[in-house]
Ligand binder design. Structure first.
Ligand SMILES: Cc1ncc(COP(=O)(O)O)c(C=O)c1O
Length: 402
């Protein structure tokens, strides 16, 4: 018995009638409901938020605040601060540029992580704002609490952890790592780009300090996302805003100013109001399906992929089957460039996958994968037939180069 029936939702994603979409780790599709929520906002209450007195402005402000609350509930972080950002990358940069660093501070990053969760921290080192970076090896596809603990020094101020790898699709033991962090008084930044779409989350229970996520990977609109900051974060650990300007200011006097408190501090200028409303609709849509169902379904499809692909002679699978998984699997076909595999999968069977380095050059260099990998990533609307077609077509490709 399937844990959840994707057929029940596929008609909400019209493009699925024409192709097999397995590039969800890059960007997911949006259901009609999310698009309609944005269109309704555009047609019926297009106005700036928190600024006007008139009816449309009040309606937009109300919907925007409600969107924030919906996202806070979705993430299990109602007590924290949830600022809308344009994506995970912006959220990580707010934390990296906003914390008041000491020159002796060190940061731990993970080899397998996305450039968006490496470069903001590397830049601090390059700008001489911190002492340095300690990198945890993760070439086997997983990272454990022990791996991380062994890299901690007395100067470790923050650990920047990818909650799930966008290459391997493995999930990091965030709660365990958060406990170590609490114990040693270290800040934990979680890159949740790959987990917000797939896992039932309770950020307050996990115990991280910052959580970054993107709307476009969780059925929401492009250019939306957020930064969640724990209510336990205080003093110099509360990031200063990355941008200043209208909307985030309390008072201006001469050339000095004070900022509003709460999430508005991080949202200078006119925000993406219809985007936030669409993102909240995506959270509601996923909640209706049930995030536990989504997680189980994606992981089951990933395991089906691993088993099927691993049996094909000439195919190497990099995702470990025995680890906790989202829906993502990386593989290569001997003597065929990943881009050629991706091209053939599309041409032969209408299958969309990602190929290349996946914004993870340090990992690809460590694995000596000059062309990167092929990455197939499943989501709530994918079926076992989709996976079987991927496996069959990959077998065809591998067979052609024998
Ligand atoms: C793990 C991870 N972190 C960060 C990002 C960056 O996301 P965005 O481009 O939406 O900021 C991605 C995108 O692929 C990702 O997979």
């Amino acid at each position: 018995m399937p844990l959840f029936d994707p057929e029940s939702i596929r008609s909400d994603f019209p493009v699925l009638a024409k192709l097999i979409y397995l590039d969800n780790a890059a960007t997911s599709l949006s259901p009609r409901q999310v698009i309609e929520a944005q269109v309704t906002a555009e047609y019926h209450y297009r106005a700036n938020v928190g600024r006007g007195i008139h009816r449309l402005s009040r309606m937009a402000t109300h919907q925007y605040q409600e969107a924030r609350e919906t996202l806070g509930r979705f993430l299990g972080g109602e007590k924290g601060t949830l600022a809308f950002t344009k994506n995970t990358t912006e959220a990580a940069n707010i934390v990296a540029r906003g914390i008041h660093w000491n020159k002796t501070d060190r940061i731990i990053t993970i080899l397998q992580d996305h450039h968006s969760n490496l470069l903001p921290w590397y830049r601090l080192k390059n700008d001489h704002l911190i002492d340095g970076i300690d990198v945890v090896d993760s070439t086997a596809g997983t990272v454990s609490a022990e791996d991380i603990e062994s890299c901690i020094t007395k100067n470790t101020r923050l650990i920047a952890l990818g909650h799930a790898s966008n290459v391997f699709g493995t999930i990091a033991p965030a709660k365990e790592i958060a406990e170590i962090c609490k114990d040693k008084n270290i800040l934990l930044h979680l890159d949740g780009a790959q987990t917000a779409p797939h896992l039932p989350l309770n950020l307050e229970q996990i115990g991280c300090d910052y959580f970054a996520f993107s709307g476009h990977k969780m059925l929401g609109p492009m250019g939306t996302g957020g930064l969640w900051i724990s209510p336990d974060v205080t003093g110099d650990d509360v990031p200063a805003p990355l941008c200043t300007g209208g909307g985030m200011v309390q008072s201006v006097s001469g050339t000095t100013f004070t900022t509003v408190s709460g999430p508005g501090r991080y949202e200078a200028g006119t925000p993406n109001v219809p985007g936030a409303i669409g993102l909240a609709e995506a959270a509601r849509y996923l909640t209706n399906i049930g995030m536990k169902n989504v997680a189980d379904h994606s992981a089951a499809l990933a395991r089906r992929m691993i088993r099927g692909l691993a049996e094909i002679p000439g195919v190497r699978v990099y995702t470990p089957e025995d680890a906790p998984l989202i829906g993502t699997v990386s593989f290569t076909v001997d003597n065929v460039h990943p881009h050629e595999v991706a091209y053939f999968l599309d041409e032969a069977a209408g299958i969309m996958v990602r190929s290349g380095e996946h914004c993870c050059q340090p990992l690809m260099h460590a694995l000596c994968l000059t062309g990167g990998t092929v990455r197939a990533s499943a989501y709530c609307y994918n079926t076992r037939d989709d996976i079987d077609m991927l496996i069959a077509t990959t077998e065809e490709i591998a067979g052609m180069v024998k």
